[in-house]
Design a protein around this ligand. Sequence first.
Ligand code: ADP
Length: 263
Amino acid sequence: MSTSSTPTHLVEVEHLAKSFGDHVVLEDVSFTVDSGTVTCVIGPSGSGKTTLLRSLNALEIPDRGVVRIGGTVVDFGGINPGPGGRLPKAQRAELMGLRRHSGMVFQAHHLFPHKTALQNVIEGPVVVQGESVADATARAREILDQVGLSAHADKYPFQLSGGQQQRVGIARALALRPDLVLFDEPTSALDPELVGDVLGVMKDLAAQGWTMVVVTHELRFAQQVADQVLFIDGGLVVEQGPPQDVIANPQHPRTKTFLTRLL
Ligand code: ADP
């Protein structure tokens, strides 16, 4: 089912549920994201943070629940892969409609090794969105400048540090002009000395008004940048609110235990 409604929040997630076999990963997750805000998702390893994030752009197909982004609504209860996991064409189109709203930054960059930074960034706009190479290139140079890589536009991934490669990954997500950017532990695969650069770029993006949902273990980043923090455990949002509540003054015993282990 794909319908439109009058949006109040940019993103509305209602009663999302996802199991792998009999392992319930998301039991019943609901939250909203306002335009221009940063939401950090924290929680123990294996608590379903990545599954939740991937559900927002239909890389994962929840068993139940509704995701609305902008004017696109997908009721996952009506999305039923057939034998072999193939979806009927109309359902695939629905998921693509949802996916168009977001850009994704993965834990490990998935750059094309045989393309330069610039070529990696224009790939999506040119191939997926049909933009002209000239227009996409001009815009990609601006975006690479924004993430501090203008001097490296013509380098190949192997010539870049892990942090620089991850910044190309961010530029690639931004180049699609998404309504929101999804970050899946974007610094967890980096050497510690490279983490700060990437978090710095993400802070800049937040300050520019990008809507961001960030799965992260970086509590300091969450404290400084997040408008809301979701603490996920046992398939549920156990606690949510501004970081000064959830991180600095948690109420739920599970949040307290998690934070004590992390700090
Ligand atoms: P987190 O991001 O909080 O560490 P994940 O969302 O990656 O958690 O995973 C939650 C649980 O779901 C884990 O136990 C993981 O092993 C399981 N899981 C994730 N993806 C799959 C999959 N495709 N098939 C089976 N189990 C999965």
